[in-house]
Design a protein around this ligand. Structure first.
Ligand code: C5P
Length: 261
């Protein structure tokens, strides 16, 4: 089944600081969005990648992607991630039956992780999310900052991207959310959950961390730079051991591989 990808890259990156959108931050000669698209293309055979950019940065985003190894188009995004992904979905090649949605802010995605998501879709899943166990205790707080509850950590997973979907199911989920006035879901699987559709989990990986704060750029630079060897060894090992768990920074390789719902 033909696979295409949407890369939402229209966020402002306010937590990172600076004037540029986060996806255009350069690390080791390329912006984050280039690294993210390159990583996706290493992990799956893709018809195309639709990158969703801030309207006023569509030109620089297109220029940044000229030499990636997959056909790429840039479209304008919206005020929330959900609206940006919907714009990408509207523009997607009609031949694509399966869709990967991957944050531009996750540049170090291991190819084996992409392959796990695609394999779960090929096996019949409607929606797939890569997950890693929560390592911190997570508390619910009220508006005043007082703790109201402690969630049971063993049941919690941190969800990464790429998330994978049957295209028809994702399109229906987005249309239903829009019709209900929901516009700010923080990921796409949430929209399937609203409809009661099952979402399968596969093992994520610590290397697929989301660049959010300045410290993440430092970590990224270290991983891509001085230790080209370190990262390449990690990638080689992942490619060798495609379906086995691999070591990671944040508990990667320990995610669930089971169906929910
Ligand atoms: O802000 P957040 O961390 O949820 O962003 C995740 C991804 O969604 C980023 O790659 C960001 O560029 C993208 N995004 C978008 N349009 C928005 C907000 C975020 O494409 N309006």
């Amino acid at each position: 089944m033909p696979v295409a990808a949407i890369v939402p890259a229209a966020g402002r990156g306010e937590r990172l600081g600076g004037d540029l959108p986060k996806a255009l931050h350069e690390v080791r000669g390329h912006p984050l969005v280039w690294h993210a698209v390159d990583a996706l293309a290493r992990g799956a055979q893709l018809l195309e990648v639709v990158v969703v950019a801030p309207r006023e940065h569509a030109g620089p985003m297109t220029d940044a992607l000229v030499d990636v190894a997959v056909p790429t188009r840039v479209v304008a995004g919206g005020a929330s991630r959900q609206v940006s992904v919907a714009a990408g979905l509207d523009a997607l090649d009609p031949r694509a039956d399966l869709v990967l949605v991957h944050d531009a802010a996750r540049p170090l995605l291991p190819p084996a992780m992409v392959a796990r998501v695609v394999a779960a879709l090929a096996a019949g899943a409607e929606g797939v999310v890569p997950v890693v166990p929560a390592v911190d205790t997570i508390k619910q707080v009220d508006d005043a900052g007082l703790v109201v509850a402690t969630l049971v950590r063993s049941n919690l997973r941190m969800v990464q991207t790429p998330q994978g979907f049957r295209r028809d199911v994702l399109a229906r989920a987005h249309a239903c959310a829009r019709a209900a006035g929901v516009v700010d879901a923080s990921d796409d699987a949430t929209l399937l959950e609203r409809l009661g559709r099952p979402v399968r989990t596969v093992a994520g990986d610590g290397y697929a961390f989301k660049v959010t704060h300045p410290v993440d750029l430092t970590l990224l630079d270290l991983l891509l730079g001085g230790s080209t060897g370190r990262l390449d060894r990690h990638r080689d090992r992942q490619e060798d051991e495609r379906d086995q768990d691999a070591p990671s920074l944040q508990g990667g390789g320990h995610g669930d591989e089971r169906s929910r719902g």
